[in-house]
Design a protein around this ligand. Structure first.
Ligand code: FAD
Length: 383
């Protein structure tokens, strides 16, 4: 199997790379904003709009919705470069909500949301998790009552990461009490400025902001409903498959940085460090080949399912190995926080180490990924 990009793809890859290099100052500011844990600030919005203006955020979409009608491989190329330069490989709108709107939304929703998503002008926040509904998403209980010409939403969400700067909430809510539970869930797009919504911050161990969101009898219009009523769980599952697609280019950048550090400091003489780095190089390369396999599937209009779970798990666990190895290489200096003269490299690794834990939990925990792979990939029983 040939995993290389075609000559046209190579050319596009270089074009995207040149763009990010030319935008060096905005890129630097945007990375700083993102790494602060607060999400998008002015520089992130600026760079996203520039990427969007080129049609690169959603390149596979129809031109009328801001796309370029090009192959998925080109989207993958943009994702890799975005990840490398910004640490962000997609927006939620472009990567998760948008594809579901494209497949299941009505014409009015497509016209209203797809172009601003593709242009990088708006962002969505995922509103799935609740205190009693995380891995078991079907247990969600926030209530959306159908009042004929509108819905009234009442309840609370937990760990909703981008609500403090996104414009829209991609909300899973209960519209019927059914058995099985997943048949009574609907999906809504809620304008986060709607009266009755309160947002309260939660800070993670990695210093990132996520949120609780409270809905107090929030009135939303009928056209907030995506697709069919009570079929929201299936749309959420589809969006989750897209959400688990990722790239390893930020990890490759980090690995190169640590490799250079080891060479410069003479730590490369340590056989244990050499062994660890060689092992990591294999894991990172494996994860990239798997990311390419998933991109290849999407290029052929196949939705990766257990394959997306494999990729998600592989990338987040390789990241764990990377941060653990880095900490071992730095020794006692690894835990020193940025700002001290004793920190190694950029001084960022102490935070990156803490922050990396998040990836083992968000978008589905590693245990849940293993369950999915066992059931859907290997045909093993659920219980
Ligand atoms: C930093 C951060 C950001 C997040 N951002 C968002 C967001 O933007 N939007 C959103 O909706 N959610 C978000 N989440 C929520 C995230 O998706 C959930 O935390 C995750 O799905 C796990 O759910 P839980 O926390 O309820 O843990 P639980 O589901 O209670 O799981 C607890 C433990 O039990 C294990 N476990 C659970 N069920 C099984 C099983 N069947 N088999 C084996 N092991 C199992 C889990 O792996 C885990 O180790 C975020 C979470 C974090 C930490």
């Amino acid at each position: 199997m040939d995993f290389r990009f075609s000559p046209e793809e190579e050319k596009f890859n270089q074009e995207v790379r040149d763009f990010f290099i030319a935008e060096e100052q905005t890129v630097k500011e945007a990375r700083k904003e993102w790494d602060s844990g607060l999400g998008y600030g002015p520089a992130c919005w600026e760079i996203l709009k520039k990427i969007g203006a080129r049609g690169w955020l959603c390149p596979t979409w129809p031109k009328e919705y801001g796309g370029l009608e090009t192959s998925y491989m080109n989207r993958y190329i943009v994702m890799e470069q975005m990840h490398y330069f910004l640490n962000i490989y997609s927006t939620v709108g472009a990567g998760m909500a948008g594809p579901v709107i494209l497949h299941h939304g009505d014409e009015e929703q497509k016209t209203r949301f797809l172009l601003p998503i593709a242009r990088g002008e708006v962002e969505f926040a995922l509103g799935y998790t609740e205190p009693q509904a995380g891995s078991d998403l079907a247990a969600l209980s926030i209530k959306a009552e159908d009042k004929g010409d509108h819905f009234v939403i009442d309840g609370a969400k937990l760990f909703n990461t981008r609500v403090h700067y996104a414009q829209y909430h991609w909300l899973g809510a209960r519209t019927a009490v059914t058995e099985p539970k997943h048949k009574g869930i609907s999906l809504f797009i809620v304008d986060l400025k709607t009266p009755g919504i309160t947002i309260s911050p939660i800070w993670t161990v990695g210093g990132m902001r996520t949120n609780e969101v409270f809905y107090d009898n929030v009135k939303v219009p009928k056209n907030a409903l995506v697709g069919e009523k009570n079929r929201g769980f299936y749309y959420i599952l589809e969006a989750l498959d897209y959400e688990r697609i990722s790239s390893v280019s930020a990890l490759e950048r980090g690995f190169q940085e640590v490799l250079e550090y080891v060479k410069k400091t003479g730590k490369n003489k340590d056989p244990l460090i050499r062994q660890k780095l060689a092992g990591l190089a294999i894991e990172i390369e494996t994860a990239r080949l798997f990311a390419l396999r998933v991109a290849w599937m999407l290029n052929r209009d196949k939705v990766p399912n257990y394959e997306a779970a494999m990729l998600k798990m592989l990338v987040s666990e390789t990241e764990q190995n990377f941060v653990n190895t880095t900490m071992q290489i730095f020794g006692p200096y690894g835990v020193i926080q940025k700002g001290s003269k004793w920190t190694q490299l950029s001084g960022e690794y102490e935070r990156i180490y803490r922050d990396s834990l998040e990836n083992l939990i968000t978008r589905g925990t590693s245990e849940i990924m293993r369950n999915l792979i066992a059931q859907r990939g290997l045909g093993l029983p659920r219980r």
